[in-house]
Design a protein around this ligand. Structure first.
Ligand SMILES: CC(=O)[C@@H](O)[C@H](O)COP(=O)(O)O
Ligand SMILES: NCC(=O)COP(=O)(O)O
Length: 245
């Protein structure tokens, strides 16, 4: 069975820094520690309101990390221009609402086909690998194919928020069905949002998945155990699930 990659989202290192307006903790330092602990990639979400990651972080990370930068961003002209200039390896296009606490769902690619197609073409022309953050919904998966995006990231938020065993099973089944469908259509499939140490294994065991992007839980665990341990422990759980442990 193929391996499963871990992209570590370091947004909330920036949240902590910005809480006091200091220059520490620095996401650039966090990326280095995460990479040395086994992260396969670094993910940051440059929100339009710059509530955590700042432009400076993205620019320095693009020049300093040793793995792959995955820049999450809204589909706006401003963000597309930043991506074209900074040239991360991956750009994950995500929906964004100014007032949301965190990302609440997947993109409506099917309902905004022309805009999404144009964004995918702009990024592809800049040699950036595009990923569309969508729900495990066949209509959205078909639309991602139509846009020519090589990757999708399946939103696992509803699975993470399930409040009963039955709901969890139902959400997992929905994710598996969508991931299998996307894989059959030739999309490369990642997943993420709300994954933590106690819910990651069933997702990590889905064989078609290439990478999981995980942030909040790892940064929260890092406050007690240190970032290197938090990354290594998450990676261990993912790889155990992949090898059937
Ligand atoms: C797109 C996605 O699922 C998340 O990575 C998102 O970036 C989380 O945003 P916050 O880090 O602001 O919660
Ligand atoms: N795209 C998902 C991501 O980067 C991390 O989300 P979370 O683990 O912070 O919820």
């Amino acid at each position: 069975m193929s391996t499963l990659l871990l992209g570590v989202n370091i947004d909330h290192i920036a949240t902590l820094r910005n809480a006091r307006g200091t220059n520490y903790p620095d996401p650039v330092h966090a990326a280095d520690v995460a990479e040395r602990a086994g992260a396969d990639g670094i993910t940051v979400h440059l929100r339009e309101d710059r509530r955590h990651i700042k432009d400076r972080d993205v620019r320095i990370l693009a020049q300093t990390i040793n793995t792959r930068l995955n820049l999450e961003m809204a589909v706006t002209d401003e963000m597309l221009s930043i991506a074209e200039e900074v040239k991360p390896v991956f750009c994950c296009l995500v929906p964004e609402k100014r007032e949301e606490l965190t990302t609440e769902g997947g993109l409506d690619v099917a309902g905004n086909l022309a805009v999404m197609k144009h964004a995918c073409e702009r990024l592809a022309a800049a040699n950036i690998l595009v990923s569309l953050f969508i729900d495990a919904d066949k209509k959205q998966i078909d639309a991602a194919v139509e846009c020519g995006a090589p990757y999708i990231e399946i939103h696992t938020g509803q699975y993470a928020e399930a409040t009963s065993e039955a709901e969890l099973e139902e959400e997992l089944a929905r994710l598996v069905e969508g991931i299998e469908y996307a894989d059959k259509l030739g999309l490369k499939v990642n997943a993420g949002h709300g994954l933590h140490y106690h819910n990651v294994k069933p997702i990590a065991a889905i064989p078609q998945l290439i990478e999981l992007n995980i942030g909040h839980a790892i940064i929260a665990r890092a406050a007690f155990d240190g970032l290197a341990t938090a990354v290594a422990d998450m990676r261990k759980l993912m790889l155990e699930a992949r090898s059937g442990v």
